[in-house]
Design a protein around this ligand. Structure first.
Ligand code: PXP
Length: 238
């Protein structure tokens, strides 16, 4: 089974546009769970332009499914995650000013740093996933960090999908086979949508989890959140 984790950053972006508490991020997260989401993902950034650190604190005691916190492992982020203790932390290499995550880790260059951070989170009982592209040496070195999982950065897949989905998915399958063979769990995320999700799942049936924000929230504007979550889950039926 591949879990659907809904990234609720965009909900916070809408709330922050007006101040106040509409839409209510915590209520929305609970409703996503009620509608079938198997996890909730947040990505607090240092400027708090969408999810705020306070949201992370508010969400932790109320969520019933898997809580996944993504982010660059700055000292502040590490401290937050180790105290909040979500089920999973996803490490991304993006600088604070990035609009969204736009690359995976160079695990060869950052091996020592990642080893230290991974061990620190794991010693607090938190599963670790490392955001990564399909370059095979990066996957081999990810395993050397001791991480539990990798999250495949699927933006290139999504971009190339409309002009040739077989070619688009091939490097992701190769990367996922290697990750599986060396004992890593596999998540995927970025620009996954109702257009491209089912084909990814068909080609990598052993995917553990997808984390989806932008397209899912945009679809909810048309279909409503309940129907949208149902539609995304239908894409994941193997
Ligand atoms: N995974 C990671 C590591 C991300 O940074 C993001 C975007 O915040 C996502 C998944 C979700 O991407 P999207 O919003 O395009 O679905």
């Amino acid at each position: 089974m591949t879990k659907l984790s809904v990234n609720i950053n965009k909900i916070a972006t809408i709330r922050n546009a007006r101040g106040g508490n509409v839409p209510n991020v915590c209520q929305m997260a609970l409703d996503c769970e009620r509608f079938g989401a198997e996890g909730i993902t947040v990505h607090p950034r240092p400027d708090e332009r969408h999810i705020r650190y306070a949201d992370v604190w508010d969400l932790k005691p109320i969520l019933k499914t898997e809580f996944n916190i993504e982010g660059y492992p700055s000292d502040e982020f590490i401290k937050l995650v180790n105290v909040v203790k979500p089920h999973q932390v996803t490490l991304v290499p993006d600088p604070p000013e990035a609009i969204t995550s736009n690359a995976g880790w160079d695990t060869i260059k950052h091996l020592d740093f990642l080893k230290k951070v991974v061990a620190d989170f794991q010693s607090n009982g938190i599963r670790v996933s490392i955001f990564i592209d399909t370059h095979l040496p990066n996957i081999e070195y990810a395993a050397l960090t001791g991480t539990d999982r990798v999250e495949l950065y699927t933006e290139p897949y999504a971009t190339d999908y409309p002009t040739g989905r077989e070619k688009a998915v091939a490097p992701f399958v190769e990367a996922a086979v290697l990750a599986k063979d060396i004992g890593l769990g596999i998540n995927a995320g970025h620009d996954l949508s109702l257009e491209n999700l089912a084909y990814l799942k068909q080609n990598i049936p052993w995917l553990d989890e997808v984390s989806i924000g932008h397209a899912l929230i945009a679809d909810a504007l048309y279909f409503g959140m309940e129907s949208t979550i149902k539609k995304y889950k239908e894409q994941l039926i193997g």
